[in-house]
Design a binder for this molecule. Structure first.
Ligand SMILES: *[C@@H]1O[C@H](CO)[C@@H](O)[C@H](O)[C@H]1NC(C)=O
Ligand SMILES: *[C@@H]1O[C@H](CO)[C@@H](O)[C@H](O)[C@H]1NC(C)=O
Length: 220
């Protein structure tokens, strides 16, 4: 009996602890009204009577993204802004194209875990554990058909190590995972972070920071 009560207490504790993800829906559908000027956690729902099949539809993920940029990758997002029907469902998808030797530079998704499947090519992928875990790098080379998961919030990357283009599909447990590209946030912030602060953080001369801050940081 005491063991049962203890189990119940533990279960109720853990079930209250797993709320760090998108909240659960309170109705069948809540198609985002992308034009609403009201700010809520997520998007305002439009009248369910006005919902159409197209709210739950996206086309064109068969088409490659344009990887002609300085990192050689393109991410085609199917987040709530592209598919209004995703609102409150806690899920989304991307297609990622990589030019030969292109990459998605180290970045993090503040609101989602990512699970990635390689459709074409060979990717070197990895994520880094937090300071508490000694910044351990967990990395692997993936081939066509391989699947890898990047835990929520951790810094990760994917790099095409092949001389042919690579393609991946990745899913997220958020309608709006968010993308924070580390280099862009640190060196490309607007306005720039003081070079004094970054020189100390990176243990380099301020000139190196000024050089980095002067680069053209484009969000992939
Ligand atoms: C791809 O992007 C580059 C750089 O922005 C641009 O010059 C080029 O026209 C684009 N190609 C296509 C097919 O859209
Ligand atoms: C932390 O990382 C250092 C350097 O790689 C390594 O020597 C050490 O064994 C690691 N410690 C733990 C607890 O993982």
């Amino acid at each position: 009996m005491a063991a049962h009560i203890l189990l119940l207490v533990l279960l109720s504790l853990t079930s209250t602890l797993i709320h760090a993800y998108d909240p659960s829906p309170l109705q069948d559908i809540c198609v985002a009204d992308l034009k609403s000027a009201v700010f809520v956690n997520g998007r305002v729902c439009k009248d369910p009577k006005l919902a159409k099949a197209d709210d739950f539809f996206f086309e064109g993920l068969d088409k490659p993204g344009n990887t002609s940029n300085n990192v050689g990758s393109a991410v085609t997002t199917v987040f709530v802004d592209q598919m209004a029907g995703l609102n409150t469902l806690g899920i989304s998808l991307v297609r990622i194209d990589y030019a030969p030797y292109g990459e998605t530079s180290p970045h993090t998704h503040p609101r989602a875990t990512e699970i990635l499947t390689v459709l074409e090519g060979t990717l070197y992928v990895g994520f880094v554990l937090s300071n508490q875990n000694n910044n351990t790098l967990i990395s692997k080379v993936l081939n066509k058909g391989d699947v890898f998961v990047f835990p929520i919030g951790l810094i990760h990357f994917q790099a095409n190590i092949g001389h042919i283009p690579a393609i991946a599909i990745a899913a997220f447990n958020s309608q709006n995972p968010g993308i924070i590209t580390i280099a862009n946030s640190v060196f490309g912030s607007n306005p720039p972070i003081s070079d004094k602060v970054l020189a100390k953080a990176f243990q380099v001369d301020k000139k190196v920071i000024d050089y980095l801050e002067a680069q053209f940081w484009v969000n992939p």
